[in-house]
Write a protein that binds this ligand. Structure first.
Ligand code: SF4
Length: 279
């Protein structure tokens, strides 16, 4: 087992009897929408999905974009790209910007009806002359076609933006419905790599609606409060894989048991310790 993964956690597990506010990140809210069962197994039963490998190239693009926009934030001016897209705003200079970007803190709000402490880390926030905030998210990809937000799987990006808009509104900021994705697309049409990736950076506006957030938090709370585990999504290949793996391993063990000669009865008082042999 990798040093980075704890298969059975005791921290961050929801206890329906506890009065302590429960910390819920925006990515776990998204997990709930994706599959209430996986969310329940993770947050209530303490078994989360193993994380994938870190996307180091994407993180590098994020870090460099942050540095670049920070130069303009410091100078109180728009980034040239914002001018190209006629965006009348500047990167917001605020004492909490680094806290809002911190994955362990982020922009946070205590949601009383659920007793959840909801939080999420933003990439950037811009402010327009009316004092309205535009939430900004940086994305990196590499594709031949123009980048868009039209794919089904990008719904998660849109929800991410909407939760951040909701969080800022709950913190009494005036938030524009329009957020921006700053998309860096690495070109593949050069003759050779030569140790250089060239990116085309575009800004895609997105009009968000956070109407669903309050209801979803209440649904998530209801799910966590129940003792019944929600159904698995029939669309998910992982559950099909998990069930099939358990089934074949059980049946392989059962065959081994049948083939084994019957052991002599254990002498009274000497009970052999049973080992879990499922995997
Ligand atoms: S269907 Fe199963 S593996 Fe897939 S997301 Fe849901 S609980 Fe997780």
């Amino acid at each position: 087992m990798s040093q980075y993964y704890t298969a059975k956690r005791t921290r961050g597990v929801y206890d329906p009897k506890s009065d302590e506010p429960f910390k819920l990140s925006r990515s776990k809210i998204d997990l709930f929408i994706e599959c209430p069962r996986c969310f329940y197994v993770d947050r209530r039963l303490g078994v989360g999905r193993p994380a994938g490998f870190p996307f180091n190239l994407n993180s590098a693009v994020d870090a460099l974009l942050k540095k670049e926009f920070d130069i303009h934030r410091k100078n109180g001016e728009a980034h040239p790209l914002m001018k190209t897209y006629n965006i009348d705003a500047v990167p917001m200079a605020h004492k909490n910007i680094e806290i809002w970007r911190d994955v362990f803190k982020g922009i946070a709000y205590y949601h009383k009806p659920t007793n959840f402490h909801v939080y999420g880390a933003i990439d950037d926030v811009w402010v327009n002359p009316k004092g309205e905030l535009h939430i900004v998210d940086y994305k990196a990809t590499s594709k031949d076609a123009e980048v868009t937000l039209d794919a089904e799987w990008q719904m998660g990006y849109k929800r991410q933006m909407e939760i951040y808009q909701w969080l800022f509104r709950q913190n009494d900021f005036k938030v524009s419905k329009t957020g921006y994705f700053v998309y860096a697309n690495a070109g593949r049409d050069k003759k050779a790599f030569d140790g250089v990736l060239e990116f085309k950076v575009t800004i895609i506006p997105y009009i968000g609606s956070d109407d669903w957030v309050d209801r979803t938090l209440k649904d998530a709370k209801e799910t966590l409060d129940k003792d019944a585990i929600p159904d698995a999504s029939p669309e998910c290949d992982y559950c099909a894989y998990r069930n099939a793996a358990v089934e074949v391993i059980r049946s392989a063990h059962a065959k081994k048991e049948v083939a084994k000669p019957t052991p002599p009865p254990a002498s009274p008082g000497k009970k052999k310790k049973e080992k879990s042999t499922l995997f």
